[in-house]
Design a protein around this ligand. Structure first.
Ligand code: PRP
Ligand code: URA
Length: 212
């Protein structure tokens, strides 16, 4: 894991290998979904490393074990639709009891600004640890909008997990929400004139769902 002022880029051979397959233009949607799911599993392990725990005594068949378990209400995973759905499923494998929120938005092709179309967050969001997931952090507009919505709802313990980010998106999130740690599987070079990440992997939603 590489650390840089709130940005953590996973440095792991399995993540690197799976990213090389995910990025390939010939990877079709079934394989793309599976790879995005697996990368999320590996990265979410680190992105949840700061969840708070409490002591608990557990009776084993032999004795009492002093253990630790997650404290407080169940964490929440909040997916930015559509592409974030594939990552929500992966996080739920690790945290099956997590509450799930959805924030629907799409990037306007002309302005590149997010346009909201759905908003449903779990109850008691202010008391929960929240993991926001979206495969792409491009201009950062969608992530900033989601993090602002969560802040308005009272969430204070929030982290962001994306698969591919770029310096422009990282800067936008850090400026608007400097308290939110950003976890990435890869930090790419820059945005092109259409605000796509270069080299990136193309349009994540279309590649996940087989749409154009
Ligand atoms: C993609 C991606 C992010 C957003 C990133 O979603 O999943 O949500 O773009 O771009 P930004 O950082 O410049 O905001 P898109 O808007 O294409 O919607 P989709 O998930 O429905 O395909
Ligand atoms: N959204 C995507 O899906 N990919 C990009 O590179 C930028 C925004």
């Amino acid at each position: 894991m590489k650390h840089d002022a709130g940005v953590r880029v996973v440095d792991h051979p399995l993540v690197a290998h799976k990213l090389s397959l995910l990025r390939h233009r010939d990877t079709r949607h079934g394989e793309f979904r599976r790879l995005a799911h697996e990368i999320t599993l590996l990265c979410a392990y680190e992105a949840t490393a700061d969840l708070s725990t409490e002591a608990v005594s557990v009776p084993t068949p032999l004795a009492t074990a002093e253990c630790r378990r997650l404290s407080g209400p169940e964490p929440a995973v909040v997916g930015i639709l559509r592409a974030g759905l594939v990552m929500v499923d992966a996080v739920l494998e690790l945290v099956p009891d997590a509450a799930v929120g959805h924030l629907g938005m799409y990037r306007d092709p002309g302005t590149h600004q997010p346009v909201d179309y759905y908003d449903k967050l779990p109850d008691r969001i202010a008391e929960r640890a929240v993991l926001v997931v979206d495969p792409m952090l491009a201009t950062g507009g969608s992530a900033v909008r989601a993090l602002t919505r969560l802040a308005e709802a009272g969430a204070t313990d929030v982290r962001l997990l994306c698969i591919v980010g770029c310096p422009e998106g990282v800067a936008a999130v850090q400026q608007a929400h400097p308290e939110v740690p950003i976890h990435l599987a890869a930090l790419d070079s820059h945005l092109d004139e259409n605000r796509y990440i270069v080299p990136g992997l193309g349009d994540a939603g279309d590649r996940i769902f087989g749409t154009q």
